[in-house]
Design a protein around this ligand. Structure first.
Ligand code: GLC
Length: 674
């Protein structure tokens, strides 16, 4: 058998066509096979290798120096290239600044569902209505939408009183409507942030009914305490909306705690079952694909277990006249120890869903801490333990108190000076709980305020209608919806919740089927609406859209340095710049009541002659200005784009801030850590 095999192979090796370098054929070089003896290995080495030659023969050639050396050179070259590639990759990764995430790139737009768009003509906005208006976000270049609550609810507090965390209220539609909306939003690159309301439930929630009936599993789901005819309140704690925070429950014969309306009993987060329920709800909605949560009322999550009275702000006031939130120091009802552990745990649950590329789940917390800004900053977490991506920045809500450049600079600086290093800022001037900025600051200031929000570093938040300058409505007693107005009419939140003004049609285009709207439409809707403003290049809407697009297309505005350069009774001026990029931006914003001339000749790197890129007064667009004499009208804002080789921040670090340092390398078009 061996002999036969060899003779077959030899047939193959004798290729009569092969010519070696001297031009002889293989057949000439191959000796005849001796009788009964296979060819010796040495004899094959005479033959030059060629494709199709058997392995044994090739192996003999492969050990020759010319092949071996070439092979080794190639091998080490490959090793060197691989190592170089790995080193390059590691270096690029190490030097690359973090990519901005979706919640940093686009403003967060707050949709107050009841008032956004009503598809079925019942007077209340709904999920299908929102679905029909998604192109509004695309028009504005908005990618993140925060949607107010749509859980099943008796709507005592506009959906913030949840009866079932896993169901959609029929007023807003069905679970199917929600799923279709979310799928559509994702398919066009929109993210959906939903409200998460862990602090309390509705008094109609199944858990509360079981708790008041002292069901063994549920009896401690809420905060209960003894009270009776002689001691009707367990302590002096007050509701945010005024009056005692305790209500007697006839069924259980005890008082339950509610820091908001009496129909919103406080959950007891010291009970592990309650914590588990809340985690399950987070998983339920993340599993459905929502992109993040706005965690409401978080500072109220825990209360001191000892239930001692809180100190009065004015100790001389008669206790029975102490009825409003501001009358007490809330030492035992807000920001209690353990609160951040709860949030960190929820954050950890969310992280598990954030690992898929592009599916980062975002968390923002709502906590009004007023003068105690350090308390707000704690919601950022620490460098080791993550919490919210940012806590809402409520400090610009104070802007109308004193419209001056100095004041606005103070409010901006308040956040910048206190924010932990490397964190991301955010800015808002309104939400469903606050009067509209166009009414409090005044319509002439809405453009300059939007300009501020869209050019500061960080994520702007836009409450629906701010992009067109919507104002508060007047609500008569018979039209009132918000029970918060009961103790104090000025506390009613109805004025800022009126239907979105889409067009000059019936009901401002909010619905087109009936005359009903749950709150009245603002009478100015025929001039202040989306349709009209789309046609007007100088409108609030057009300016919003321009600046938002600019913000997202300019690296400097997205992640560059912010440096405050000037402030006075009228003007607040700051610049944005990035190392390595010659293009920079200067903002000169007049929040005052007078026209102003601003002299910025001392600002190094700023060219003497400047050109206005965008003014809130359209007529100034493209105008040339001298840096020593920049004129602004009251309520006017200028965005000036300029070119420079000199950076301002290296010599003025105390006036400047950047979230993460990054430098631009123009010839390869990359950013690196510097
Ligand atoms: C949140 C909401 C507010 C609501 C409160 C109580 O703070 O923003 O509208 O009234 O929670 O549920």
């Amino acid at each position: 058998m061996a002999k036969d095999a060899v003779s077959v192979e030899l047939e193959c090796t004798r290729n009569p066509e092969y010519r070696d370098v001297d031009g002889g054929s293989v057949a000439d070089n191959v000796p005849e096979e001796p009788e009964g003896k296979p060819y010796a290995d040495a004899e094959y080495t005479q033959i030059q290798p060629y494709a199709g030659m058997p392995k044994e023969v090739l192996l003999l050639h492969s050990s020759k120096a010319r092949y071996r050396v070439t092979r080794e050179i190639l091998f080490w070259l490959m090793v060197a290239c691989t190592l170089a590639l790995v080193t390059l990759t590691v270096t690029v990764i190490a030097l690359s600044p973090r990519c901005l995430n979706w919640w940093q790139v686009s403003p967060v737009y707050q949709v107050y569902l009841q008032s956004f768009s009503d598809s079925d003509g019942d007077g209340v906005g709904d999920l299908k209505g929102l679905h029909e208006q998604l192109d509004h976000f695309q028009y504005l270049n908005i990618k993140s939408v925060w949607l107010s609550p749509f859980y099943r609810s008796p709507m005592r507090d506009s959906g913030y009183d949840v009866e079932d965390f896993g169901a959609i209220d029929p007023l807003f539609g069905t679970m199917n409507d929600f799923e279709e909306l979310l799928a559509k939003m994702h398919s066009i690159g929109l993210k959906l942030i939903m409200d998460f309301i862990p602090n309390h439930t509705s008094d109609r929630h199944r858990w509360f009914n079981l708790s008041r009936a002292t069901d063994p599993h549920y009896k401690d789901y809420y905060v209960w305490s003894d009270c009776n005819g002689s001691a009707p309140r367990p302590n002096n704690w007050l509701s945010v909306f005024g009056g005692s925070a305790w209500t007697y429950d006839e069924v259980r014969g005890q008082c339950y705690l509610h820091q908001f309306f009496k129909e919103q009993p406080e959950l007891n987060f010291r009970n592990p079952h309650v914590r588990k329920e809340m985690t399950d709800i987070i998983h339920f909605w993340l599993g459905k694909g929502v992109d993040g949560f706005r965690m409401g009322s978080v500072k109220h999550l825990l209360e001191a277990a000892h239930l001692r009275d809180e100190p009065q702000v004015d100790p001389n006031k008669a206790p029975e006249t102490v009825v409003s939130e501001g009358d007490l120091y809330h030492d035992h009802t807000i920001s209690q120890l353990g609160l951040h552990d709860l949030l960190r745990d929820w954050r950890a649950q969310m992280e598990a869903y954030s690992r898929e590329p592009g599916r980062y789940r975002f968390m923002v917390t709502e906590s009004y801490d007023y003068k105690e800004v350090d308390k707000t900053m704690m919601y950022y977490g620490t460098s080791l333990v993550k919490e919210s991506d940012f806590p809402f920045n409520f400090y610009l809500l104070d802007l109308p108190q004193n419209t001056s450049g100095l004041w606005v600079q103070h409010l901006v600086q308040l956040w910048m000076d206190n924010m932990p290093e490397g964190q991301w800022a955010n800015w808002l001037v309104g939400n469903h709980d606050q009067p509209r900025i166009a009414s409090t600051a005044g319509q002439p200031y809405i453009r300059v305020i939007n300009m501020l929000l869209l050019t500061l570093p960080g994520t702007p938040t836009t409450y629906y209608g701010e992009e067109i300058g919507m104002e508060n409505i007047n609500v008569t007693d018979s039209q009132a919806q918000d029970p918060a107005g009961k103790y104090n009419a000025s506390a009613s939140r109805d004025p800022q919740r009126s239907p979105m003004q889409w067009s000059g049609d019936m009901n401002a285009g909010f619905n087109n089927k009936t005359n009903t709207t749950w709150l009245p439409v603002h009478p100015d809707y025929s001039s202040i609406n989306v349709e009209v403003q789309k046609e007007d290049e100088g409108s609030v809407l057009a300016q919003y859209r321009f600046l938002n697009t600019l913000r997202q297309s300019e690296l400097t505005l997205q992640r560059g340095w912010f440096c405050s350069v000037h402030s006075d009774a009228n003007v607040f001026s700051y610049l944005r710049e990035l190392d390595g990029l010659d293009r920079a931006f200067l903002m000169v914003l007049n929040f005052g009541k007078e026209p102003a001339v601003t002299d910025l000749s001392s600002v190094a790197g700023l060219p003497d002659q400047l050109t206005v890129l965008k003014s809130t007064n359209q007529v100034s667009d493209g105008k040339a200005v001298q840096k020593s004499r920049i004129l602004t009208e009251a309520g006017e804002g200028l965005v000036i784009q300029y070119s420079t080789d000199t950076r301002f921040h290296p010599n003025h670090l105390e006036q400047c801030y950047v979230s993460e340092k990054a430098c631009y390398l123009s010839f390869v078009d990359i950013l690196y850590k510097c």
